[in-house]
Write a protein that binds this ligand. Structure first.
Ligand code: ZN
Length: 256
């Protein structure tokens, strides 16, 4: 998903509103940047936090001190650097960047989820809980990408028109409570007992998401408003992604 919720760049809407209601309202309104249309926090962060909290409800071990870290790093893979050769024109680099990103966060998402989850589990075995929490957040990012319509399929179209993805993810974050929160919070969990399980479950999820975006692309590519059927398709994928996320965290953390 996108990086529109980067705390470094996101104006704090609540503090702006609080200030606007106070004695310095005129000053605050005049000087504060216009609040951008971004939800707080991102869907990635919300889902990662939920999965970690669910795991802690059962495991209650040392990793449960690191819920904030898991949440913080759930957005991280979208900021992984892409190195374009210096002599390429900017526009070419932009498109290449988008293709690589969409491919990693869509096409090879199962591999990324599995390797990050396995790395996290090794950190648990080593007793390095900070790094374990970081890798857990990153692993969950890829599981969740597999359940997001714009992250599994139609890569070429989105690389050419990247706003389609940005707008969709913004909408997902902004309407999270209204449309998706309950679907993410059923507590259901897939059985995960190995790196292969993470890979296979994420692959199955991505395949189903790919079918969903084929069905809904005509709506997704026109990001003014989304149909009820698109909401329903996205809800289903989020429900499944949450179950894979829950199982994945439990597997990573079980021996902490
Ligand atoms: Zn992503």
């Amino acid at each position: 998903m996108g990086d529109s919720n980067d705390p470094a760049t996101r104006p704090n809407r609540r503090s702006v509103l609080r200030a606007a209601g106070g004695a310095l309202a005129g000053v605050a309104v005049a000087t504060a940047p216009a609040p951008v249309a971004a939800a707080d926090p991102s869907a990635h962060r919300r889902m990662a936090r939920l999965a970690a909290e669910n795991a802690c409800g059962e495991l209650d071990n040392g990793l449960c001190d690191y819920l904030d870290t898991v949440e913080e790093y759930a957005d991280d893979p979208d900021d992984d650097p892409y190195h374009c050769p210096g002599w390429y024109p900017d526009r070419v680099c932009e498109v290449l960047d988008a293709v690589v990103r969409l491919r990693e966060h869509g096409g090879t998402v199962d591999e990324k989820a599995a390797t990050e989850a396995a790395a996290a589990k090794r950190r648990v075995d080593d007793g390095d809980y900070v790094e374990a929490a970081i890798e857990t957040g990153r692993a969950l990012h890829f599981v969740q990408d597999a359940g997001t319509l714009v992250n599994a399929g139609r890569e070429v179209e989105q690389a050419v028109d990247y706003d389609v993805r940005t707008e969709y993810e913004r909408w997902l974050d902004e309407t999270w409570n209204e449309n998706f929160a309950d679907a993410a919070d059923t507590g259901a969990s897939e059985d995960v007992g190995s790196e292969d399980d993470v890979r296979n479950l994420t692959r199955t999820l991505a395949d189903r998401t790919r079918e969903a975006i084929e069905d809904r692309w005509h709506d997704v590519e026109d990001p003014s408003e989304y149909d009820d059927e698109t909401v329903a398709a996205q809800r289903d994928r989020i429900r499944d992604a949450a179950a894979v996320s829950n199982g994945t965290v439990r597997w990573i953390w079980e021996n902490a």
